[in-house]
Design a protein around this ligand. Sequence first.
Ligand code: ATP
Ligand code: MG
Length: 372
Amino acid sequence: MEIQSISLTHFRNYDRATAHFSPKCNLIFGENAQGKTNLLEAAAYLSGAKSHRTRGDKELIQFGHDTASLQASVWSRNRSFSIDITLSRQGRRKILIEGIKQKTTASLSDVLRTVLFSPEDLSLIWAGASARRRFLDQSLCQLRPRYAEALAQYNRIYEHKTRILRDWEQKPSLLSLLETFNLDMARYGAVLVSYRARYLRKLQELFGSYHSACSGGVERPNLIYETVSTVQDLHAPQDQIYQWLLEHQKSHHQAELAARCCLSGPHKDDFTVSLSGRALKSFGSQGQVRTAALALKLAEREMHFLDRGEYPVLFLDDVMSELDEKRQSFVLHQITEGQVFITCCQTMPFSDQFCGAQFQIEQGTIREAEVS
Ligand code: ATP
Ligand code: MG
């Protein structure tokens, strides 16, 4: 899987820019605030029409303009695909693959998958549960279109239910709608729990081997999925999980009315990363937490490879400068295949076989530089 070229028009600080990339490593360098992360954001947007930095598309459009466009040529499944995306302040965004209009974003993940690693991910294990849920969601949304659909439905219903719980005292008639939303929430929630449980079970194996390779391997790493407490068996059939979610909702009905917010459901899911039975979040040193985060990200990349037989495009945004030499070399040794984009402030001394191309970014312009 590879992004062969990209052209941006009025995207963030890029007025108009085009670049042709190497299938190996692309080093993106330049001073602060020149557009390095913006370029990665644009490239990553091609895989699911989502930005890792913002929820709304409007922020991606250049100040003072009404539309932005991204055009790319992507090599995947032994052929080339053209992707055209137009973002608009007023209208809906438009996604074309090979000139054909797409109704959902799932078809983008079918063509291109990406894994992005930024300095914030180094504290993934220490961060709040929402960061780990985001990690699960963005990976599963690319891997399984059915998951992406269920998540979108779940979030929509969650917002409706939250509004009902917030306003029911002023408008008691709203309570009559609650039952339907509860049933739908449990139905889509059961899909999320099922997929998350299976994903984490597989991820755990890969995480374990990357972790041992990076740390020397004396401690036993483990990932433990934490979901709604009534779910007794994470791998039970979805119908059974649905019943357990309903049970939890019922027992929390009064509490939800009193708290006026949604207390029951997998929107509060989390997973714990532990070493020899001790949760890293509570007992881990900074180095242990970073090693575990690295191993998680590399395991995520491997999951995509196992699923499709092709490595996803990997983006390392500013992450190398945050790592000590030992971990830098571990990351670079693990990436022997697949396309990679690395951003940093200066050029770095990469070996010839590793570095395919270098690009200097200056105030929203991309200039290909000689590989020294
Ligand atoms: P650093 O090394 O500090 O991470 P960077 O090269 O990664 O820097 P980016 O985050 O890619 O920098 O770009 C930041 C620049 O993009 C800022 O100057 C910001 O004002 C500009 N920018 C962000 N959004 C828009 C937008 N919608 N329109 C125009 N410019 C924007
Ligand atoms: Mg940046």
